[in-house]
Design a protein around this ligand. Structure first.
Ligand SMILES: *[C@@H]1O[C@H](CO)[C@@H](O)[C@H](O)[C@H]1NC(C)=O
Ligand SMILES: *[C@@H]1O[C@H](CO)[C@@H](O)[C@H](O)[C@H]1NC(C)=O
Ligand SMILES: *[C@@H]1O[C@H](CO)[C@@H](O)[C@H](O)[C@H]1NC(C)=O
Length: 513
């Protein structure tokens, strides 16, 4: 009964705000066959790991059985793992019958590199999200790493038609333009919640904050990012303000409400406790930002999650105050910002939050928690340190990205395999392959001050005055009658030339005449 009423109230509360939800689209390019070669739109799923800043090329396959990917492919003895050196398989599956996340998980387990879900009706693209229900089997949600995209019914149909004719369908998924990257600072918002009893979604938020904290703090301290945390609240409909439900879920006379964390009014903490702790976190950010150290918010929320969990009945003001003090802040300043929760007046911080919740420009309303907004675009994908850092890094104008974007943790490791397809001189241990967060690049290197020039793929050649210093400029050298000879000439000329009196190609051999 109770829960029934609650759901009903929530429907009313949420109903008002389900305004605009912007679907993040990015481009999917069919590169072959010619008949359907074109750039199409697709919608990135809200799970898996999109390759922000990068591209992915693959070969489409459509299963003969289990076309909705609702069952484990191993039950049918089919696998989609490409052989080493082969293109990843983009598994095309049909919408319907089970959660998008289950489809993705089954595709991933079968070895697919990405999943394309073909819509089953003609409609504008929607964002595929993780299931909300707590009892939805969520143990695999965190393990989905392949990117996923929803494509229109018509594109799905054309691909299937080509496949049935025996055509090979190649696709290039491109995330490079998925986020705007106007300048050398990335603005991002994180919509979160202090509630730790909401199941897998809360777990994943907490884990994310814990892992991302270090990177977030470095980026913020060095001025590369401007971060702000945000909290969603709802207002209680006028007619319900005096109801028991709104009284337990709201503060400031029904102005700011959150759902009951256990969805049961009779036990544990109430919605209004959550609103208050959220407000305290928002106030902590405000005060920390005013003192010039906004990054301390990350410490506050991680410490609070560890020290003041609901499970241990420590989700209290006293516990929060201890965390505030331990970070060197004055509890009174935070209290002043929190104000009187019983007062029939606006709270400026929460009022501003409610206004920000409503979408502006390219960004839709924020209705899903957690939500990450980068350069005013909704991030889609798994909340994972590496994935989010990639997304933030792709928000910088190229060449202005900070060092953290180029560190090992988020760079790809494509150079390890076949040298990423780039030029290399194995003998001299010189390679043109560089792993970056944008994926591997083949660029002729600079070695000990000597610049190599070339296309980076098939050749690189030492250039400039010192070129013979490195591996003898790639030229032959040898001794004859106790005298050393070299086919490299240390001036600005290119290439190799056997010394006078010798004959040969200058690279592999020069023979004395
Ligand atoms: C599904 O298949 C994968 C790999 O083929 C296997 O590891 C996994 O245990 C299977 N899951 C179930 C529930 O059968
Ligand atoms: C944080 O402080 C800076 C500088 O005082 C200000 O420009 C910025 O708007 C503040 N951020 C937020 C989210 O209030
Ligand atoms: C080649 O160079 C890399 C980096 O410059 C180094 O880590 C590696 O040990 C070198 N390998 C050999 C065989 O010298």
């Amino acid at each position: 009964m109770k829960v029934g009423f609650l759901v009903c109230i929530w429907f009313v509360l949420c109903g008002c705000c389900m305004g605009r939800f912007v679907v993040e689209k990015n481009s999917l390019r069919v590169t072959s066959p010619d008949s359907i070669k074109e750039v199409y739109e697709c919608a990135i799923g809200n799970f898996g790991v999109p390759q922000y800043g990068g591209t992915m090329v693959g070969n489409v396959m459509y299963p003969k059985t289990n076309q909705k990917s609702c069952k484990n492919f191993s039950d049918f003895d089919v696998f989609y793992k490409s052989k080493p050196g082969g293109m990843p398989v983009f598994l095309l599956v049909d919408r319907g019958d089970c959660f998008f996340t289950l489809k993705a998980w089954n595709a991933q387990q079968a070895g697919a590199g990405a999943i394309l879900v073909a819509d089953d009706r003609v409609e504008p693209l929607i964002t595929m999200d993780t299931p909300e229900e707590e009892d939805a089997k969520a143990d695999y949600l965190q393990d989905i790493t392949i990117p996923s995209a929803l494509i229109s019914k018509s594109l799905g149909d054309s691909i299937k038609k080509e496949l049935s004719k025996g055509e090979m369908v190649n696709i290039n998924l491109d995330w490079r333009e998925a986020l705007p990257h106007p300048d050398d600072r990335v603005e991002y918002e994180f919509w979160t919640n202090s509630n730790d009893e909401c199941g897998p979604k809360c777990e994943s938020q907490r884990e994310f904050v814990k892992h991302f904290k270090g990177a977030a703090q470095i980026l913020e301290q060095k001025g590369y990012t401007q971060f702000s945390p945000h909290y969603i609240t709802w207002y209680c409909p006028e007619a319900f303000i005096l109801s028991k439900q709104c009284k337990s879920q709201c503060i400031n006379h029904g102005r700011y409400c959150d759902p009951d964390p256990e969805q049961d009014f009779s036990k544990g903490y109430d919605g209004k406790d959550v609103v208050l702790q959220n407000l305290r976190q928002a106030c902590f950010f405000k005060v920390a930002n005013e003192s010039g150290k906004p990054w301390l918010w990350w410490d506050y929320v991680t410490d609070f999650a560890i020290r003041c969990p609901m499970k241990e009945k420590k989700y209290t003001k006293e516990c929060a105050d201890q965390v505030i003090k331990s970070l060197g802040f004055d509890v009174k300043q935070i209290e002043k910002c929190v104000g009187d929760p019983e007062a029939d007046t606006d709270n400026p911080v929460l009022k501003a939050e409610q206004d920000t919740q409503i979408g502006k420009g390219a960004r839709g309303d924020v209705t899903i928690l957690p939500t990450l907004i980068i350069n005013n675009r909704q991030y889609r994908g798994k909340l994972d340190k590496g994935a989010v850092l990639k997304a933030i890094c792709s928000g910088f104008e190229e060449t202005t990205e900070p060092a953290i974007c180029l560190t090992e943790e988020i760079e790809t490791n494509e150079c390890l395999e076949s040298n990423g397809g780039c030029w290399q001189d194995k003998a001299a241990n010189i390679t043109a392959c560089q792993d970056t967060f944008r994926g591997r690049v083949c660029e002729c290197p600079v070695v000990q001050g000597v610049k190599f020039v070339g296309d980076g793929y098939t050749h690189c050649e030492a250039s400039g005055a010192l070129r013979c210093e490195i591996n003898n400029g790639g030229c032959w050298k040898g001794t004859q009658n106790g005298r050393a000879y070299s086919a490299c000439i240390d001036d600005h000329t290119k290439g190799c030339k056997c010394p006078p009196g010798f004959k040969g190609d200058g690279v592999n051999s020069c023979e004395g005449m």
